[in-house]
Write a protein that binds this ligand. Structure first.
Ligand SMILES: C[S@@+](CC[C@H](N)C(=O)[O-])C[C@H]1O[C@@H](n2cnc3c(N)ncnc32)[C@H](O)[C@@H]1O
Length: 471
């Protein structure tokens, strides 16, 4: 096909529809142009950023005509911050579009024919829904125009600018973050400036203040603050801790993690407890979970409960069933299912998550679970005895990271041949790819597909798909 555009060329197009991810689709003749953040009905002036054999990508230079379905975003940083791509699209339209995209993926990429994809379950809250936010300090503020021109350019505490990892947008608040965010950001920023604490320089690996992490347990109201620094000077934070604890009744934990590595992880080599406990407690259904700075926990608590309820329904357990929970994290699904099963075995690569899972089992007095630490990309190849010695799964839960399952794990699952598989995914493209491979290797058919939205205003959606063995 002749390509009608070149990289760097500026074009005028009308956006026709939304594609998976955060792109609008338009065409020049039959050639597809994916326009980043484009909304249906918008007329835009855009610049071509990439050209492939059958499509090109472009970024908007100027919106010439607004989309008839768009509204004004609530967030003053919307234009600069990449976090909530679709905040200017009404929530019903966001869900409609995500639904259409999941159908498209299953029917076309998967080639599964006219499978039914249930209507997505809406998020109960579309603002303040995240229970964890990682803010970054930077010595380079991303300039957001006139409305913040009074701020210094060499200090920022906020979110990374899209496509610019060393700069940060200095935020007063974030509308999807916990309610206490504005108070904490202001106190920490004022403290840092008063004491001349140097924000991190991402390019040179210099500076002291690296990250500020907020975690809030929605159902218990407990709040955790983790200040991540590149050096150990934890005693200097006492005045800040005194101020925060005086102003926030629900402050339960303040810690300082020291992270000297380039990678910038928010869980450092060393941790100091500055206030309260080193963890917070959260409740999901009847269960209590201990959340430490290193723990993985679903980011939208209300929707995590809704998600796990679907998993319970699709797993349709009998009390004689053995369940394997692959990629179990801190064991929340395993613990959620344990009451209805004979035994649940969780597998997970992160050592701390396995530790949390075991502690959470003890905390909830659940005895019919065990957790195995290992890399599922090679665990059963390195330790084939596990396949002989562990009780075989009747039901398998698979909840991998965005990249999906390792191809070597597919034949292992097929060989184990559970009667039911519940595949939970935050990336339906890799989910469809893996299910296609599983169906090719073994006798499974798709039973139900339920999208659920824990991430309003973003191009992401969670999809729970159940597969049943046909023989
Ligand atoms: C989407 S999370 C699922 C967490 C858990 N099911 C929950 O609901 O809280 C994916 C998990 O897979 C783990 N993981 C990633 N790669 C892995 C691998 N190769 N082997 C085992 N676990 C892995 C991650 O550490 C993470 O905890």
């Amino acid at each position: 096909m002749e390509k009608p555009v070149k990289k760097g060329q500026d074009i005028f197009v009308e956006i026709e529809d939304l594609a998976f991810g955060s792109a609008g689709i338009s065409h020049i003749k039959d050639f597809i142009i994916f326009v980043k953040n484009g909304l249906p009905g918008q007329k835009v002036n855009a610049r071509i950023t990439k050209v492939k054999s059958s499509f090109a990508e472009a970024r908007i230079l100027k919106v010439l005509k607004k989309s008839p379905i768009q509204h004004d975003a609530h967030c003053p940083y919307f234009e600069y911050c990449g976090g909530c791509t679709f905040q200017n699209l009404p929530y019903d339209k966001q869900l409609e579009s995500l639904h259409a995209q999941v159908i498209q993926l299953y029917r076309h990429l998967g080639g599964f024919g006219p499978v039914e994809v249930q209507t997505p379950i809406r998020s109960q809250d579309i603002f303040r829904y995240r229970n964890k936010m990682e803010f970054a300090f930077s010595n380079k503020r991303w300039l957001t125009g006139d409305f913040e021109s009074h701020k210094p350019e060499d200090f920022a505490l906020g979110l990374r600018a899209p496509g610019n990892f060393w700069k940060a947008i200095d935020l007063n608040d974030c509308l999807i973050a916990p309610e206490e965010t504005a108070i904490v950001l202001e106190a920490v920023r004022n403290f840092a400036q008063k004491y001349h604490l140097i924000p991190y320089n991402q390019k040179k690996h210099t500076g002291f203040l690296r990250h500020l992490v907020l975690r809030k347990a929605r159902n218990t109201n407990q709040l955790m603050i983790n200040i991540v620094t590149s050096d150990d000077q934890h005693t200097i934070f006492q005045p800040l801790v005194d101020e925060l604890s005086a102003n926030l009744d629900n402050l339960t934990s303040v810690v300082n993690n020291i992270s000297r590595t380039w990678s910038g992880t928010t869980v450092g080599e060393k941790q100091h407890l500055l206030f309260g406990k080193d963890h917070i407690l959260e409740k999901l259904g009847r269960l209590t979970f201990k959340i430490s700075p290193a723990s993985f926990f679903q980011t939208n608590t209300v929707m995590a409960e809704a998600l796990y309820d679907i998993v319970v329904k699709y797993a349709a357990l009998k009390t004689t069933d053995v369940v394997w929970d692959l990629y179990c994290g801190a064991g929340s699904i395993a613990l959620y299912l344990a009451e209805q099963a004979k035994e649940v075995i969780g597998f997970e690569i992160v050592k701390e998550a396995i530790k949390d899972a075991r502690e959470n089992a003890t905390l909830n007095q659940i005895e019919n679970v065990r957790f195995i630490e290992g890399d599922l990309n090679k665990l059963f190849q390195k330790k084939p005895e596990l396949l002989d010695n562990l009780p075989k799964p009747d039901v398998m839960i698979i909840d991998p990271p965005r990249g999906g399952m390792h191809p070597k794990l597919i034949p292992v699952v097929a060989q184990l041949n559970p009667k039911r598989i519940v595949y939970v995914s935050c990336n339906p493209s890799t989910q469809v790819r893996d299910i296609k491979m599983l169906i090719k290797e073994s006798n499974y058919t798709i039973d139900k597909i339920q999208p659920i939205d824990p991430f309003p205003h973003t191009p992401h959606i969670e999809v729970v798909t159940s597969l049943i063995r046909t023989d």
